[in-house]
Design a protein around this ligand. Sequence first.
Ligand code: HEM
Ligand SMILES: *[C@@H]1O[C@H](CO)[C@@H](O)[C@H](O)[C@H]1NC(C)=O
Length: 327
Amino acid sequence: MASSSRSCFADLVNVGFVFVLLVMFTAGGCHAQLSTNFYSKSCPKVLSTVKSVVQQAVSKERRMGASLLRLHFHDCFVNGCDGSILLDDTSSFTGEKTAAPNNNSVRGYEVIDKIKSKVEQVCPGVVSCADIAAIAARDSTVILGGPNWNVKLGRRDSKTASLSAANSGVIPPPTSTLSNLINRFKAKGLSAKDMVALSGSHTIGQARCTIFRSRIYNENNIDSSFAKTRQASCPRTSGDNNLAPLDVKTPNAFDNNYYKNLLNKKGLLHSDQVLFNGGSTDSLVRSYGSSSSSFKSDFASAMIKMGDISPLTGSSGEIRKNCRKPN
Ligand code: HEM
Ligand SMILES: *[C@@H]1O[C@H](CO)[C@@H](O)[C@H](O)[C@H]1NC(C)=O
């Protein structure tokens, strides 16, 4: 706690070098630590408050659970899990919402706003928007039948956002090769195994025709009756925004059918089917397809790792009052 409340720079200035080395060995260096009990004194009701709003939103629209899970991913992969994706454009910067991977695609901003306003009522100025996004992603997963995990907390919010970073390819596009997917996750400290487990998120939610059109008309590693079904609501030259479920079997259940689909060449996105196309991740897809419990346990571990990507802690960043605007 003490070390996370001051900056690494202050540590270096204020204490002797030997002690710094000691701290580096015992506390993992200057990487500030998140903890599952971060708000246990300052906002003991945060978890129940977030959960009740997420529950309400997902009951109203099942897909919202998927949208909230994805929102946390897109936050974390661009300059860390710092709430940057939530910022609207300002006069001093253009935010991430209109970046190619997000525009007309990422959803759930209004739900985050609603959670934030409820949380501000119970403990004003205490809980970050970045933490709210992480908790909402976990709650969504659980509500749709996925695994539970203890969410590490203590992230602070960025004061800015970067359109160019969000457009730089750090979030891999759905046209990615397997090696691009592996490399993009590796760049964030996540293994190929983490990547395959996290892709299992595509057991819920929807994608737009424009994203999968080329696959359903042009690719060979696709089940032909599945391709035909998808073509019926995704014409060659129109219907860009028509939606299809990422998991053809159980689109609203967080289960391991995503992997079973891949085994049957029924992955919707190019980037889904490359995980089972004769490459290095085939065996993982087989094992997750045959064991829901190993998928769920690896998914939970990978979500904790993803939530650890470059958080702002200590005196970096701020606790935003409104998730859409810097204070
Ligand atoms: C491995 C690389 C990944 C790629 C290339 C990818 C790509 C995509 C694309 C293109 C869509 C559909 C967007 C649209 O049509 O507007 C989508 C949806 C989705 N993605 Fe991913 N994704 C990846 C990894 C992940 C991860 C790591 C998560 C979460 C941990 C995730 C969660 C989701 C969810 C839940 C949806 C459905 C969202 C909704 O219905 O609102 N994806 N993804
Ligand atoms: C985002 O989507 C809107 C609505 O379709 C569109 O008008 C706008 O040009 C898009 N912005 C970018 C940067 O692509």
